[in-house]
Design a protein around this ligand. Structure first.
Ligand SMILES: [Zn+2]
Length: 259
């Protein structure tokens, strides 16, 4: 019985570490405190988790070179609070100030920056699964812009998490990559949980969003699918690259990385 309990704890610690980086550690802290102070585990873990998430880690992370992206800001916010609650919204101070500058400019156009996965708070090289490259604070995924069925621009998004809702189901690069054996290229389709089916892709505002991002000088690369780069008329931007078949398709979100 004790062995089963131990295996259960190890499993939870590994799962929480993979999903949130510090969640496994918080589980261990909750276990020790519950044992020492005779707290009920079912209450202690969520309370201690929230204390770490809302107070401790945002204060500690800057000493290790990462800062948290805004959560309740009107110009820049997570598409889903999951990204903040799972410690997946940390970046370098340079990337944060670059996004803040972009968001301030775009606010004039009524465009809000909605971010998806960024990086964990600690340790260069610790990957934020399933993205292998989001491991140094310099990367962030950003949602596209959408409009309502009657053509009005909105900051609402069609899908719950922001991944897997492709602009075109037909994508030449998808065929090319899958025919070469890169089966994972459209794996994000399984993450697509549509909650607002009536919203449509907003070309003008997505283009304005990308141009606003690229107006900052410290950008290294921005990934969208080649067909979208062409359709949006962004061919002149050398920072917009094809990410290669080993990645996943990028006609559902923007990937940005800075120098
Ligand atoms: Zn990315």
């Amino acid at each position: 019985m004790k062995l089963i309990k131990l295996v259960g704890h190890v499993f939870i610690i590994i799962l929480l570490t993979a999903l949130t980086q510090v969640g496994g550690l918080i589980w261990m802290v909750a276990l020790v405190l519950s044992y020492l102070l005779e707290w009920k585990k079912r209450y202690s873990f969520p309370i201690i988790y929230l204390i770490f998430n809302l107070i401790l880690i945002p204060v500690i992370a800057p000493y290790f070179g990462r800062v948290q992206l805004p959560v309740l800001n009107s110009a820049i916010r997570p598409q889903n609070y999951f990204y903040a609650l799972a410690f997946r919204n940390y970046v370098t101070p340079e990337l944060k100030s670059s996004l803040n500058n972009t968001a301030a400019e775009l606010a004039n156009l009524g465009i809000q920056i909605s971010y998806l996965d960024a990086n964990f708070p600690f340790i260069d090289g610790f990957p934020l699964l399933p993205h292998l490259s989001h491991n140094d604070g310099r990367k962030v995924d950003i949602a596209f812009q959408y409009k309502t069925a009657n053509g009005k621009s909105t900051n609402k998004k069609p899908s719950l998490l922001g991944y897997g809702n492709y602009v075109n189901t037909e994508n030449p690069t998808n065929h090319y990559c899958k025919s070469r054996g890169f089966w994972q290229y459209d794996i994000t389709k399984y993450l697509n949980l549509n909650i607002r089916n009536s919203l449509e892709f907003d070309r003008e505002n997505t283009k304005a969003l990308i141009q606003g991002i690229l107006y900052q000088t410290n950008n290294e690369k921005l990934f969208i699918e080649p067909y979208l780069k062409e359709q949006l008329g962004l061919q002149s931007y050398s920072e917009i690259r094809f990410h290669g078949c080993q990645a996943v398709r990028h006609d559902d979100h923007i990937h940005l990385q800075i120098n």
